[in-house]
Design a binder for this molecule. Structure first.
Ligand SMILES: Cc1ncc(COP(=O)(O)O)c(C=O)c1O
Length: 414
């Protein structure tokens, strides 16, 4: 198996961007990845050939509906979800989760409990906290191990009880890259009768998602993190998506997926999500050396991407370890790299995160600063209000880019 990063890079027009005569270094993937040409083309193709609203008795409307159906089928394969009709689209993960939390909370009563974590993006915390407040429900927060930014599973087990109605947890941290043992957590949650809502936004570009193997009840992701356009996706188990009561307008259909899709959809983006998934199927098929795309080639190809990203991440962490002013948060031990994705956050002894980001930005190296909405974590680490500097690697990043970042940071060592 061989993953060819250069063959991928040329498919991303934005990566040709130059700053001061040098190629820009895109290390801002966790805030949104760049997109391959086919995703851009899908948006234009939609507008030129198929632009129409849903449910009309004429060509463009039928084609538009067919595009939505095709993308749902592609996403079902992407998530290994059994039913395409229980996949719904929305503005973004945050908006989908706020709307969905309201419907789910309607099944809760005072005395019930929900569990969220300190490692999660606030979009998988605040919607549940607010919904719990509305229903007189108690929220329990799973703590982290500060030394490596992993979840404290003993704390999780202690907080889980017969009162728990929901466990909301992320698959990977968008701040420090930790991968959570979601399959194990889902099993424990189901053992007490709780439902499981997974935030796969950060994991989606890094590893193959498998809702059936992980045993979750709901999973959300955002296409702009996995080489697609700005749109959110929610999958839920068929029976739950049918039986829960959505907040919807009366004329909207009661059937799936329409009952969960409020208002007119972003059809051009839905078309482009399909193209992003096709890009990933093609990339993983090539990496797996398979002649046709299948779930097997997808999983094997993603493993090749994971191996590539792990090597690049190891190089990044080794380079940062040589800089005395830099302190990295999260897992740094190479023998534990399977427990993380290559999203790395650090602080600097002499400079604020915003100063580092500006210094690097001026040199054409794009990184993020602050808390990136992983506020529960930066609060738990005592890093508010400045947060950390975040470097995110994706499969289109290369070793020379890591070298440029480390060389620039070395200039600051004085
Ligand atoms: C882990 C994680 N969850 C949720 C979100 C929110 O996603 P969206 O921007 O689609 O609302 C983000 C965005 O950065 C994220 O990284």
């Amino acid at each position: 198996m061989a993953f060819d990063t250069l063959a991928c890079r040329i498919k991303f027009p934005a990566l040709a961007r130059q700053i001061n005569g040098k190629p820009a270094v895109f290390l801002d993937g966790p805030a949104g990845s760049q997109v391959p040409r086919q995703v851009i083309d899908a948006v234009s193709d939609y507008f030129i050939h198929h632009n129409a609203n849903h449910g009309g008795e004429f060509a463009t409307s039928r084609e538009s509906d067919a595009i939505v159906l095709k993308t749902s089928q592609l996403l079902a394969a992407f998530l290994n979800a059994p039913n395409p009709e229980s996949i719904v689209f929305g503005a973004n993960m945050t908006t989908l989760t706020f709307a969905f939390s309201r419907a789910l909370a309607a099944t809760w009563k005072p005395g019930d409990e929900v569990i969220v974590t300190r490692l999660d993006h606030d979009a998988n915390v605040s919607p549940w906290v607010r919904a719990a407040q509305d229903r007189g429900v108690t929220v329990r927060h799973v703590e982290i191990h500060q030394e490596d930014c992993t979840l404290d599973l003993d704390d999780f087990k202690r907080k889980l009880s017969g009162k728990t109605k929901l466990v909301a947890v992320g698959c990977a941290s968008n701040a420090v890259g930790t991968r959570n043992p979601v399959k194990e957590m889902a099993k424990l949650a189901h053992g007490v009768g709780a439902l499981v809502f997974l935030d796969a936004v950060h994991l989606a570009p890094h590893a193959a998602i498998d809702v059936q193997d992980w045993g979750c009840d709901f999973l959300v992701c955002s296409a702009y993190k996995f080489f697609g356009p700005h749109i959110g996706i929610l999958w839920g188990k068929l029976q739950l998506m049918q039986s829960l009561t959505p907040y919807k307008v009366r004329p909207a259909a009661e059937t799936l997926p329409d009952r969960w899709m409020t208002g007119t959809q972003n059809f051009e983006c839905i078309a482009a999500v399909g193209a992003a998934v096709e890009y990933l199927f093609e990339t993983t098929r090539l990496a797996a050396g398979a002649s046709v795309s299948s779930r097997q080639s997808f999983v094997a190809g993603f493993q090749a991407i994971e191996d590539y990203e792990r090597k690049l991440g190891a190089k990044l962490l080794a380079g940062l370890a040589e800089l005395p002013s830099v302190r990295v948060y999260g897992i740094t031990s190479p023998d534990r790299f399977a427990e993380r994705v290559p999203t790395v956050s650090f602080t600097h002894r002499h400079k604020k995160p915003i100063e580092i980001a500006r210094f690097l930005g001026d040199r054409g190296i794009f990184v993020w600063h602050g808390n990136y909405y992983a506020l529960p974590l930066t609060e738990a680490l005592g890093l508010e209000p400045d947060g950390m500097v975040r470097v995110g690697l994706l499969h289109y990043n290369v070793a020379e880019e890591v070298d440029r970042l480390i060389a620039a940071l070395r200039e600051l060592e004085g």
